[in-house]
Design a protein around this ligand. Structure first.
Ligand code: 5GP
Ligand code: MN
Ligand code: MN
Length: 315
């Protein structure tokens, strides 16, 4: 039995997949994303998009996604108007340095929001969610492993992510919402001494290789090169391998991210819509409105399912 898969002898069943597989190679200018983008942009469409009107009614045949990011502990008391919708997406940096009290407050805030499902990834500021972060980095931010451990122990929790009871937390993982496939990953090119830092090139590409090809909505903390990645100094700092993965292999309908606050807004390459949903401005003021979009519910599925969704269910 183990040698057969749907009746196909083992020796054959891998071949068509191999033939179909698209390999992304590291770009020669991966370390200089502005230069890489100068070269890549000539061959492709790049348009700025108006934000979809959040005032139009939410309809039963579409899921309305409401995107925010980089709220940095500021949205909770901001009074920022949250538009109606079905599912909230947050692309990371919900705290200033991942203190457990910040995570607790943010989780309660999520609990009060009216969306049926809230999907969340971490960002480089959400330090305590990065389980690979060393003691010295934590200490440089005034955080102690031992304090984290005792805080969790006193609440009967095994990990920081268990504190996020009001969200579907994604870390190199997927969730299906009424048949719409979402994938989330927090990694971004090394930036100072924060969390979820990964080297540009091969190492980041390895993270992006995990994104399933049938992803409809991709959520990362950092932008791909060329979309929502311009800093105040007019440099593109997005990840070249992330753009190549999105455009050549995964081809999601939407790519939602944040991290580069000053590049808030929506762009398109003609197929994928790129949303930099940074709520905070470069001065960490939570004044950028949530960005919404509607996604057609696949045939045979219904919005009713949102009410019965298992937390952390994957597909
Ligand atoms: P955060 O500290 O919230 O992750 O990022 C805040 C700001 O830091 C961004 O809006 C951007 O101005 C800057 N920043 C973040 N990552 C990078 C990077 O990789 N390169 C440069 N030059 N600036 C960055
Ligand atoms: Mn941020
Ligand atoms: Mn960030």
């Amino acid at each position: 039995m183990e040698h057969f898969f749907h009746g196909i002898p083992r020796i054959f069943y891998g071949i068509p997949r191999i033939l179909r597989k698209i390999y992304i190679r590291v770009d020669k200018d991966t370390a200089n994303p502005s230069k890489a983008w100068e070269r890549i942009r000539i061959k492709q469409q790049h348009t700025r998009c108006p934000h979809p009107d959040p005032i139009t009614p939410v309809t039963p045949d579409k899921i309305r996604f409401v995107c925010i990011s980089d709220t940095h502990g500021k949205i909770e008391r901001s009074g920022l108007r949250m538009p109606p919708g079905d599912v909230l997406l947050h692309a990371g940096d919900f705290t200033t340095r991942g203190q457990l009290t910040e995570i607790e407050k943010f989780n309660s805030y999520l609990g009060f929001l009216p969306y049926k499902v809230k999907v969340l990834i971490a960002g480089n500021h959400d330090l305590t969610l990065d389980e690979e972060l060393g003691d010295s980095t934590l200490q440089s931010f005034g955080l102690q492993h031992s304090e984290i451990e005792s805080y969790l122990k006193s609440r009967g929790l095994k990990s920081v992510k268990e504190m996020l009871t009001n969200a579907v937390y994604l870390l190199d993982s997927s969730v299906s919402i009424c048949g719409i496939k979402l994938y989330g990953a927090p990694w971004q090119p090394i930036f100072r001494n924060w969390g979820f830092n990964v080297k540009r090139g091969e190492e980041l590409l390895e993270k992006w290789q995990k994104i399933p090809t049938d992803t409809d909505i991709l959520i990362t903390h950092g932008p791909p090169v060329g979309h929502g990645d311009l800093t105040g100094g007019n440099n593109n700092v997005g990840c070249v391998e992330l753009l190549n993965t999105v455009q050549k292999r995964v081809k999601p309908k939407y790519h939602v991210f944040g991290h580069i606050h000053e590049s808030y807004g929506v762009t398109s390459d003609g197929f994928t819509t790129f949303i930099n949903a940074s709520t905070c401005t470069i001065r960490y003021k939570p004044t950028n409105s949530p960005i919404v979009f509607d996604f057609d519910i696949p045939e045979g599925r219904s919005k009713e399912e949102l009410l019965h969704m298992e937390k952390n269910s994957s597909y």
